[in-house]
Design a binder for this molecule. Structure first.
Ligand SMILES: Cc1cc2nc3c(=O)[nH]c(=O)nc-3n(C[C@H](O)[C@H](O)[C@H](O)COP(=O)(O)OP(=O)(O)OC[C@H]3O[C@@H](n4cnc5c(N)ncnc54)[C@H](O)[C@@H]3O)c2cc1C
Length: 426
């Protein structure tokens, strides 16, 4: 039996509460026919094709029923939505889904660099599957970005260009991408685990009625089943979990930034640009863009830095970061930190490197007073050159580092700063 959902007309008061709770905006209020002889003027109507059978409206209507019943025990209103959900009956023809898609996040028409990492991962999977690598570009006045995506490996770029996409709004972007997924049926969909991607991707997965692996750091295609094996750290980084989405399509994942190399540009590479018409009047967008407030910060951003000097609990006090900043300044590096120093309020979160902070991939990573627990390593182990400064020669990071310097950071770091200044002649 397929999933079904319907309204018991006699019990619906047309209050509109279900419209507000529906995450996919598939419920609207219609005028009732006069001859029905019901005193309520409106009636809820559900667009079953858009419904994801999440049960939110049923729960809401039942809550109103309980509330009313407490005052009027023999009430015959609310409890008006009936849903039959048969998970076993959900059958997706997985063979009908083709192509590896990458959602191409952009800011002011420029592709966010993480997307080149997605195109590297997606390109590998598309090759293994012998399918097309496609990018989906949503925005306003983004034609140049489409060319950039093709030069970075996309065979085809779906372009959804409309003033409604000028600023990122989850509901509009999600409605547009879900409609495109339903129409074009991609096999895999990768999205960046960026701030926007994390909230947007989960919403798309719910709307498209499929599963998602969040924050994956490894990908492979199973040669037998052609399914995506997306791996992510679990249990605080102590275990790597490989997740499969067997019954639903597209198989979705968000990709942790800085976990993969960026696909280089091939100037002059050709591909297909597919403009996609959208009709925003079909969507219910409740949020409104007001303004963007930029964070005031004059330090170098760690996520794109080529050199990072990080401080850990070994600094012993918040002031210790002054020394880290001094070394970073002479090297033209960004300042990173381990989690305990962030938790202690010694330095803001945006500097945290690791599993629950940023993943970085600099050419040089200098760790001062950081032991190198697995959760920290998860964020920096792909740095090209790692220098560890630590009193304890057995600290895990001292074993992993390219260069391990044993000693007190309060003696070694000032000496290093002086040496660099001497070499530079200042
Ligand atoms: C779910 C979860 C997520 C986590 N996410 C993160 C994360 O994103 N990032 C992260 O960093 N951690 C994270 N952690 C915490 C992580 O497990 C470690 O506790 C943390 O990385 C340790 O930080 P640290 O190396 O600064 O401190 P410690 O482990 O205490 O190491 C301090 C080091 O400094 C050395 N030292 C002391 N004094 C000096 C000195 N004067 N000179 C030189 N060396 C000195 C010591 O020998 C020691 O090796 C997470 C933990 C969990 C459970």
């Amino acid at each position: 039996m397929p999933n079904e959902i319907f309204i018991i007309k006699e019990r619906c008061t047309g209050c509109g509460s279900c419209v507000k709770v529906c995450p996919v905006s598939c419920i609207s209020m219609a005028d009732r026919d006069k001859e029905e002889g019901v005193r309520w003027k409106k009636l809820a109507v559900i667009d079953v094709d858009k419904c994801v059978f999440c049960n939110a409206c049923v729960e809401d209507c039942d809550r109103l029923f309980e509330k009313t019943k407490a005052k009027v025990p023999d009430t015959n209103v609310f409890h008006a939505i009936v849903m039959h959900k048969d998970e076993v009956a959900v059958h997706v023809d997985t063979a009908a889904y083709k192509g590896v898609w990458c959602y191409a996040e952009q800011r002011h028409g420029k592709i966010v660099p993480t997307i080149y990492e997605l195109l590297h991962v997606g390109g590998g999977m598309a090759k293994d599957l012998n399918e097309e690598l496609c990018a989906v570009l949503i925005g306003h006045n983004v034609a140049d970005a489409a060319r950039d995506l093709i030069e970075h490996g996309a065979d085809k770029v779906y372009v959804l260009d409309h003033p409604v996409f000028e600023h990122f709004l989850d509901e509009a972007y999600c409605s547009a991408l879900t409609e495109l997924i339903r129409k074009e049926k991609p096999n895999k969909l990768l999205m960046p685990a960026s701030i926007i991607g994390r909230s947007f991707a989960s919403r798309v997965a719910i709307s498209a009625h499929t599963g998602i692996t969040a924050d994956a750091t490894e990908f492979a295609i199973d040669p037998k089943t052609r399914m995506m094996r997306a791996t992510r750290p679990s249990f605080g980084g102590n275990l790597m979990a490989t997740i499969l989405c067997e019954k639903h399509r597209p198989e979705m994942a968000t990709v942790r930034p800085m976990s993969f190399p960026r696909r280089p540009a091939e100037p002059g590479r050709t591909g297909k640009v597919v403009p996609v018409q959208v009709d925003p009047s079909r969507w219910s967008v409740k949020a409104k863009f007001v303004r963007f407030d930029h964070e005031k910060d004059d330090t170098v951003d760690i996520s794109s830095a080529e050199k990072i000097v990080s401080g850990g609990r070994g600094l012993g006090k918040p002031d210790g970061f002054k020394l880290i900043e001094d070394l970073a300044r002479v090297l033209g590096a960004a300042v990173g930190a381990s989690r305990p120093t962030v938790d202690a309020g010694w330095i803001p979160y945006r500097h945290q490197v690791g599993l629950t902070g940023r993943t970085v991939r600099p050419k040089l990573y200098i760790a001062c007073g950081i032991s190198g627990q697995i959760q920290h390593l998860a964020g920096m182990s792909s740095a090209e050159v790692i220098v560890a400064v630590n009193k304890d020669p057995d600290a895990p990071l001292m074993k992993l580092a390219t260069l391990s310097v044993e000693g007190d950071l309060y003696e070694l770091v000032p000496a290093l700063i002086e040496e660099i200044k001497k070499v530079r002649g200042n």
